[in-house]
Design a protein around this ligand. Structure first.
Ligand code: SF4
Length: 309
């Protein structure tokens, strides 16, 4: 029997996560992203664009997840993913509907998708059943999208955008967008501005901005943490989360006075667990003081606490 569930692992963005792989036999995806950590594959033929070719039987999947949920009771999220794209699994709606009664109350269901099929009505019906839907969208400029996500030739960024927009209109659950920035491909200010405008329009709850972290399938490079901070300014007003910074150089930490903090929060909320990556110890104390005296507040959105006004 293939490994259908994995973990639990600790994720900074979602807490303790138990993973479910809907494609445990092989990679099955309609993208071939340059940053993918799985082996590169040729995009599927048009006839398989909306379905896996090797399908895990539904009863086997449900049984396996039930067993894992019984074994690991204290998890924050049940993360539905795939060795590929999970919305290509043809029984997604049946699976989430059947497994829901076995998910503990305190555990959220989460799906990680590339967003390419969000316009499909059947997939929308399945997505509605999750507590959190997280989709990736790296660029809405066709040329950059083509280079970074290397999608199946029948998928255009315009259609994908329309699909995401139509799902965003009907959803009642949490919607999170992940953007992965690759050096010299989708790292221009113009790319990010267009993306930010689209994400404002569809009112995502949270944006996770990141770059390549582990060895990718192709020879491409990550951007620096400083570049991510610079790009994050394009997303004024939105709840944006940066990755954990590695090797923090305390000499580069920014010093903010009370007025600076308020000006900053007028532009964009800052995740409470992000401030130590960015600001000096004294600045962090000022955030706390402003929170204690009610000048700024903390809002939980997309499962993360943010300082905001
Ligand atoms: S969508 Fe995900 S699984 Fe598919 S190629 Fe991109 S990173 Fe890999």
């Amino acid at each position: 029997m293939p490994n259908i569930t994995f973990g639990p692992i600790h994720s900074r963005r979602f807490g303790i996560s138990l993973g479910v792989d809907l494609s445990p036999y092989k990679k099955q995806c309609n993208f071939d992203c340059v940053y993918c950590e799985l082996q590169p594959v040729k995009a599927p033929e048009p006839k398989t664009i909306s379905n896996f070719s090797e399908v895990l039987p539904l009863d086997e999947l449900v049984d396996s997840v039930k067993q894992s949920l019984q074994k690991y009771k204290k998890i924050d999220v049940l993360t539905i993913t795939a060795n590929g794209e999970p919305t290509l699994y043809p029984h997604l709606k049946e699976f989430i509907t059947q497994i829901k009664p076995y998910i503990p109350k305190q555990t959220k269901s989460l799906i990680l998708s590339n967003g390419s099929l969000f316009g499909d009505k059947n997939i929308q019906e399945a997505l509605k059943e999750f507590d959190i839907v997280k989709f990736s969208l790296d660029s809405i400029v066709q040329s950059s999208f083509k280079k970074v996500d290397r999608a199946h030739k029948n998928l255009t960024i315009e259609d994908i955008k329309d699909g995401i927009r139509s799902y965003a209109k009907i959803r009642k659950n949490i919607l999170i967008c992940e953007i992965l920035v690759v050096e010299n491909i989708n790292d221009s200010k113009q790319d990010m501005e267009m993306l930010a405008n689209f994400l404002r329009e569809i009112k995502v709850d949270r944006i996770d901005l990141g770059t390549i972290d582990r060895p990718p399938a192709y020879n491409v490079k990550a951007v620096s943490y400083e570049k991510l901070v610079e790009l994050s300014r394009t997303f004024d007003g939105l709840f944006i989360l940066l990755p954990q910074r590695k090797n923090i150089n305390i000499n580069n930490l920014i010093e903010l006075n009370d007025e600076d903090i308020i000006n900053l929060l007028q532009k964009r909320p800052i995740a409470t667990n992000e401030i130590e990556n960015l600001f000096s110890k004294n600045s962090i104390k000022r955030f706390q003081k402003l929170f204690n005296n009610g000048t700024i507040k903390i809002k939980n959105t997309g499962l993360i606490d943010f300082f905001t006004l």
